[in-house]
Design a protein. Structure first.
Length: 324
């Protein structure tokens, strides 16, 4: 019987699909699997279901002599050595599309939580410091009429744009490729160079993939270009923002607030961020809805099932797809 190794507990819907036809082993702990242990575990496996924080490098791939497929339980797959997987003719799949709304909801939640000072207002009330209505208490910024700059205009970026449009925001965006005119018209979104976006946005939301080009895309120079008092949200990949540059911009007041679901050195982040009242920190829960995570588990399982039964999985990543 073919063997599938899963690096963490995922919703049962996907696991049950796999158990019907394959031997399934699941790493039992609630923390990332040790890399050396993963190298050992994958040695006799036909398929690997992994998470975005599992490092699937040459050592793992080389160990998996029987590996037919690496099914990433995520949309992004920068955690996988794609070139080496391609060289070894191992399929790599992801779970695109299904987590679009869940992630854009979190991005928008971070945006409004920052601008309306939701966290400090909640703390004030819980701590018994609310003594009555005050015209100057926790004044925030309205979204209506403000310019949102969206960096990365794929499915999630476009969905974020639709939410912002509903709140009367002006939308500008930067993307590797400009959208079709009909999509721009539908979203009422205007294409912009990155520098112009940084200069003119009141709020910035990041939805780009992590690549060599986007790593530290938001650095000291980028913050210098931003408006005084701008806000920034990141629900994409932590390494896109240079953390030290963000902290400096927050300290100087150049950035009025930030909302983060991902971190440059995830799961670690600076204590300075945790101590700032104008910072909202989430534990990478962008896709964390029951509906989305269940669909992701089913997609990953169906990718594995297709590969191990000699078929072409539906969600092969582009760099690999041409081989099958």
């Amino acid at each position: 019987m073919k063997k599938v190794y899963i690096t963490r507990q995922i919703p049962e819907a996907g696991i049950n699909i796999l158990k019907q036809k394959f031997h399934v082993e699941i790493f039992p702990e609630s923390h990332p699997i040790d890399h050396d242990l993963l190298v050992q575990k994958v040695a006799d496996c036909d398929a690997l279901v992994c998470l975005l924080n599992d490092r699937i490098d040459r050592a793992v791939i080389e160990s998996g002599k029987k590996l037919r497929i690496i099914a990433n339980y995520a949309v992004g797959y920068n955690n996988i050595d794609i070139d080496f997987a391609r060289e070894k003719k191992i399929m790599v799949t992801n779970t695109p599309g299904v987590l679009t709304r869940a992630t854009s909801e979190i991005a928008f939640a971070l945006l409004i939580t920052m601008t309306r000072q939701i966290i400090p207002s909640d703390q004030c009330t819980r701590q018994g410091n609310f003594i009555g209505w005050d015209p100057m208490l926790f004044l925030g910024d309205e979204l209506s009429g403000k310019t949102i700059g969206i960096i990365g205009m794929g499915r999630i970026g476009q969905d974020m744009a639709s939410l912002c449009r509903a709140f009367g925001m002006k939308i500008i965006y930067h993307n590797r490729n400009r959208l079709d005119p009909d999509i721009e018209e539908k979203l009422n979104a205007t294409y912009s160079s990155l520098d112009e976006l940084l200069k003119h946005s009141d709020m910035i939301s990041i939805h780009a993939p992590l690549t060599n080009t986007t790593r530290h895309l938001i650095n000291e120079n980028a913050f210098d270009l931003m408006k005084q008092g701008a806000y920034i949200v990141n629900t994409a990949r932590g390494e896109i923002i240079k953390e030290s540059a963000l902290i400096a911009a927050l300290k100087s007041g150049k950035i009025k607030g930030t909302g983060l679901d991902v971190y440059e050195f995830e799961p670690k982040f600076s204590n300075e961020l945790a101590e700032m009242e104008n910072v909202v920190l989430l534990p990478h829960i962008g896709s964390a809805t029951i509906e989305t995570r269940t669909k992701m588990s089913v997609m990953a399982a169906e990718n594995v099932q297709a590969a191990l039964e000699g078929n072409r999985p539906e969600y092969l990543v582009p760099e690999i797809a041409s081989l099958w």
